[in-house]
Design a protein around this ligand. Structure first.
Ligand code: FEO
Ligand code: CA
Ligand code: CA
Length: 733
C-alpha cells in the first residue's frame, strides 16, 4: 500500500516505516562470514567464483549429492513453438486518467468495488450509499489468483473457459465508501459505517465464464462465490493453534479468531488453494496509553516490535463504534483479569498466510501459523518435485524487515495436485515444517537461518526469551532479529521462475536507507530527481533481488544477485544501474508474478517517487539467471559498496506493458492457463481525493473506470481488469 487518507497518524503507512530496531546484520558479521566461506566466494576475491557459483545455483542436487535436476518445463508452457515474446510496442509513461495497454490489446473492467456477487445485493450505485459488502466486491483489490474449472464446473487446473478468481481487498478508501466520507460523533464512529468498512476488507471468490467475444464475465449467485471479510470466523492452524498467546474472549482456547485483514499478496498452492497474505494489520488496533503497566516486559517488547506501542490509535477507529465484541476486539488493551476476558491477544490472530479453498465456498478458512507472523506479502512456492519437500518464500513489507522461507516436513506427492480435500493437503504441507529468515552475505552467498529453539541464537536471545515454537512463530520478527537476518529495503512480493526455479523478490523502496547503512543486498542510497515535492532520499526507486538455492528448495544456502534496479531513465549511472530507458524505466516494484504460459515476469509498481511523470505501471520482463551480470561497485556519493548486478536491461528483456489511471497502484496479476486472458487489479484510483471534494466530481483525482464507460456514478473504484489480445494470442507476445 502506498498511503491512506483517513486516520491522522497515517501519511506514509507507519507499518511500512518499520519497527525493527535490531542491528542485523552488521557489515562486520558479513565480512567475518565471508572470510570463513572462501569456497563460496565470488567477485573480487576470485574471478572464477562467479561462473562456479552460477552453475551451482542452477544444477539442483539432492542432499546426498546426486543430481535432482531443476524442472525445466511447466504445464502450459509452449515448448514446441515458443511465441515471440515482448512483441508489443512499449506503452509510454502516462499521467492520464486512463488504463493504457499496447496497440492490439483490449482492456475491460470485470469486477469493481461494490459490484454484487449475489442477486440479493443491488447494482452498485457508487455514490457512497451501497451497503451489504458481505455480498458484493470489497475495496482495494490487490493480490489475485485464477483457478480453472472444467466446462461442467469441476476443478480443472487447465480450464481456461471457466474459472474462479480469488481477489484480495487490502484496505479501503473511506472517502468514497461513504456518502460524505467517514464521520464520527463525539469521537465515536457510527456502527453502520464501521460494519461496511469491516465487510469491505478480506477476499472475494468469484466464478467467471468466457462469453461472447471471448471476454469473461463474473457469474452472480454462482455456488463458488464467496466473501471472506474482517469478521469471518477463521481457524488457527499449525504449531501456534491453542497457544496462550492466541487466547481471547472470542475463543479462550486460542484455536479460532475472526477475520483476515489487510490482504495484500497471494500465493497459489500446488494443490489448488489460495494463500492470502495479511500485511499491515497492526494499525487496525489501538492500545491504551497506560497498558504497558498491565503487561509483562515480554509482551511490551513484542507489541512494540509489531508496531503497537502503548497509546497508539487505530487506523479507522473501529473500536469506537460500540461495546459489543465485534468492535471491542479492535482495542487490545488488557482490561480483564486474564486474556480469556478481553482482547489483549486479538492482534496475535492477525499476520499470517491464510488459506482459502476457492473451489468450496463453505470450507473453513485457516491461518497457517507455521509460516510465521509478520506483514505478509505474497507467497511463492518452489517448483514442486516428487519426493522433495516444498518451500514457500515470503516477504515482510516494512523498512528493514526480512525475507523468509518455510520448508514443509512432508515431501511432495504429485497426487495431491488433484486432492479432493484441498484444505487437508494444506494441513499436510503447511502445518509442519521449518521457518527460516535470510541472511544475504557480501560475497553473493546467502544463508537460511532457522527460526526455532534449535538455533542457539534464537534460544539464547537476550532481547526476548522465547517460551516455545508458538512464541517463535507468533513473534517471528524477533526470532529473525535473534538469528541475524539481513534487514532489507521493504520486501514485497516474490515469484518463482517457472523454468529455473530461482526466486525473485521485490524490494519496493526504503526512505530510511542511509548512505552509511547500505550493504551488498541493499546497496543504494541517493536523492530522488523529483522536484515538485520535497526531495526524497534513501533507496527511492527500489530493486528486485533474486536467489538460486544451492541444492533445491530445502537448501540452507543460496546465491543471489540484484536482477534489476528501479530508476528513472535520466538518473545518473550510479543510480540507473540496470541501464533502464524511456520504454522500461520504473520505480517501486511491488507486485510480481511469472506467467506459466509464456514465462514472462510481470512487474507492477506502487510508487510515490516517479508519479509526477507516470502513473503506476506494469512491465513485462524476461529474466535470465543469477550471475548473468557481474560484480559492480555502487557509489552513494562517496559511500561505496560492492554488489552483484544482473545483466543490463534492454527492450528485448524489459518493456512497459500498461499504465494505470491517476492515483492508483497496479497490483495483482493472474492469467488463464492458455495465456489468452490476463487479469490485473487497479487499486485505489484517485486516492488523494479529499472528502471536501465529494460535491464536485471535477475535483476527484480520478473518475476511472466510470470515465471508461464502466458503471454508475463518477467516483473512482478499485477494479479487476481483464486484458485480451485482439488477435486472440497470448498476452505479452
Ligand atoms: Fe500491500 Fe506492501 O503492499
Ligand atoms: Ca505496496
Ligand atoms: Ca504490495
Amino acid at each position: 500500500m502506498s498511503k491512506h487518507n483517513f486516520a491522522p497518524e497515517l501519511g506514509a503507512d507507519p507499518d511500512d516505516i518499520g519497527n525493527n530496531v535490531s542491528a542485523n546484520p552488521s557489515i562486520q558479521d558479513v565480512l567475518a562470514l565471508r572470510a570463513s566461506r572462501r569456497g563460496f566466494l565470488r567477485g573480487s576475491a576470485g574471478g572464477a567464483g562467479m561462473a562456479l557459483f552460477g552453475s551451482l545455483g542452477l544444477a539442483s542436487c539432492t542432499s546426498d549429492g546426486s543430481s535432482a535436476g531443476v524442472k525445466t518445463t511447466q504445464p502450459g508452457l509452449d515448448q514446441e513453438k515458443p511465441p515471440a515474446l515482448l512483441g508489443f510496442s512499449a506503452v509510454a509513461k502516462s499521467v492520464a486518467d486512463a488504463f493504457v495497454v499496447p496497440a492490439g490489446y483490449t482492456a475491460a473492467v470485470l469486477y469493481a468495488c461494490g459490484d454484487p456477487l449475489f442477486s440479493d445485493a443491488d447494482a452498485a450505485r457508487n455514490d457512497g450509499s451501497d451497503a451489504n459488502y458481505e455480498r458484493r466486491a470489497g475495496d482495494h483489490h490487490d493480490g489475485m489468483e485464477y483457478f480453472g474449472l472444467s466446462v461442467d464446473g469441476r476443478p480443472l487446473a487447465s480450464g481456461s473457459e471457466r474459472g474462479v478468481l480469488a481477489v484480495n481487498h487490502e484496505y479501503i478508501n473511506p472517502v468514497f465508501l461513504h456518502a460524505n466520507g467517514p464521520t464520527s460523533v463525539a469521537g465515536a464512529r457510527p456502527a453502520a459505517e464501521v460494519n461496511k468498512e469491516i465487510a469491505c476488507h478480506g477476499v472475494s471468490v468469484l466464478e467467471i465464464r468466457k462469453g461472447a467475444g471471448g471476454r469473461f464475465a463474473y457469474v452472480v449467485d454462482s455456488p463458488f462465490n464467496r466473501r471472506v471479510t474482517a469478521a469471518t470466523p477463521v481457524e488457527l492452524s499449525g504449531p501456534a493453534r491453542g497457544s496462550a498467546l492466541l487466547a481471547t474472549r472470542y475463543d479462550p482456547s486460542g484455536q479460532r479468531t475472526r477475520g483476515t485483514l489487510n490482504n495484500c499478496g497471494t500465493g497459489k498452492t500446488p494443490w489448488g488453494t489460495v494463500l492470502t497474505g495479511e500485511e499491515n494489520w497492526s494499525g487496525y488496533f489501538t492500545r491504551g496509553s497506560g497498558d504497558d503497566a498491565r503487561r509483562s516486559a515480554k509482551e511490551v517488547t513484542a507489541l512494540k516490535r509489531y508496531g503497537r506501542a502503548a497509546g497508539k490509535s487505530s487506523r479507522y477507529g473501529w473500536e469506537s463504534a460500540g461495546a459489543s465484541d465485534e468492535y471491542a476486539r479492535w482495542d487490545i488493551s488488557a482490561t480483564a483479569a486474564s486474556a480469556a476476558g478481553d482482547f489483549r491477544n486479538e492482534m496475535n490472530g492477525q499476520g499470517y498466510l491464510t488459506e482459502i479453498d476457492p473451489y468450496n465456498a463453505s470450507s473453513l478458512v485457516k491461518k497457517r501459523t507455521a509460516t510465521g507472523r509478520f506483514a505478509h506479502e505474497g507467497a511463492a512456492f518452489s517448483l514442486p518435485q516428487a519426493g522433495r519437500r516444498l518451500a514457500v518464500y515470503m516477504g515482510d513489507d516494512s523498512q528493514g524487515e526480512y525475507v523468509y522461507k518455510f520448508v514443509s516436513d512432508a515431501a511432495w506427492d504429485p497426487a495431491d495436485a488433484t486432492a479432493a480435500n484441498r484444505m487437508a493437503a494444506g494441513d499436510k504441507y503447511l502445518d509442519k515444517g521449518r521457518l527460516y529468515a535470510a541472511r544475504f552475505n557480501a560475497d553473493g552467498s546467502g544463508d537460511w537461518l532457522e527460526l526455532s529453539l534449535a538455533n542457539p541464537r534464537v534460544a539464547g536471545f537476550a532481547g526476548y526469551a522465547f517460551a516455545d515454537q508458538a512464541d517463535v512463530l507468533v513473534h517471528a520478527r524477533l526470532a529473525a532479529d535473534a538469528a541475524g537476518a539481513t534487514r532489507m529495503d521493504r520486501p514485497e512480493w516474490c515469484a518463482t521462475h517457472p523454468q529455473t526455479g530461482e526466486i525473485y523478490f521485490t524490494m519496493t523502496n526504503n526512505s530510511s536507507r542511509a548512505p552509511g547503512g547500505v550493504d551488498a543486498a541493499n546497496p543504494r542510497s541517493y536523492t530522488d530527481l523529483r522536484s515538485d515535492v520535497k526531495a526524497q532520499s534513501g533507496n527511492v526507486n527500489g530493486h528486485i533481488i533474486r536467489l538460486a538455492e544451492q541444492a533445491g528448495a530445502d537448501s540452507l544456502r543460496f546465491a543471489w544477485d540484484i536482477y534489476l534496479f528501479g530508476a528513472e531513465a535520466g538518473a545518473p549511472a550510479s543510480v540507473n544501474l540496470s541501464g533502464l530507458n524511456a520504454d522500461n524505466d520504473f520505480s517501486s516494484p511491488d507486485g510480481l508474478a511469472f506467467a506459466a504460459s509464456t514465462g514472462i515476469c510481470w512487474i507492477q509498481t506502487d510508487d510515490g517517487a516517479y508519479n509526477d511523470v507516470t502513473n503506476d505501471q506494469m512491465l513485462a520482463a524476461l529474466p535470465g539467471t543469477v550471475g548473468d551480470g557481474g560484480p559492480v561497485t555502487v557509489d552513494n556519493g562517496g559511500a561505496t559498496v560492492n554488489t552483484y548486478r544482473g545483466a543490463l536491461a534492454s527492450n528485448a528483456t524489459l518493456k512497459r506493458f500498461l499504465v494505470g489511471p491517476r492515483g492508483c497502484e497496479i497490483t495483482g496479476v493472474a492469467e488463464t492457463p492458455d495465456g489468452r486472458t490476463l487479469f490485473v487489479n487497479v487499486q485505489h484510483p484517485g486516492e488523494d481525493t479529499k472528502a471536501s471534494d465529494l460535491g464536485d466530481p471535477g475535483k476527484y483525482q480520478s473518475q476511472w473506470p466510470a470515465n471508461a464507460g464502466y458503471g454508475a456514478g463518477r467516483r473512482p473504484r478499485s477494479s479487476t481488469v481483464m486484458i485480451t489480445k485482439n488477435d486472440g494470442g497470448k498476452i505479452g507476445t
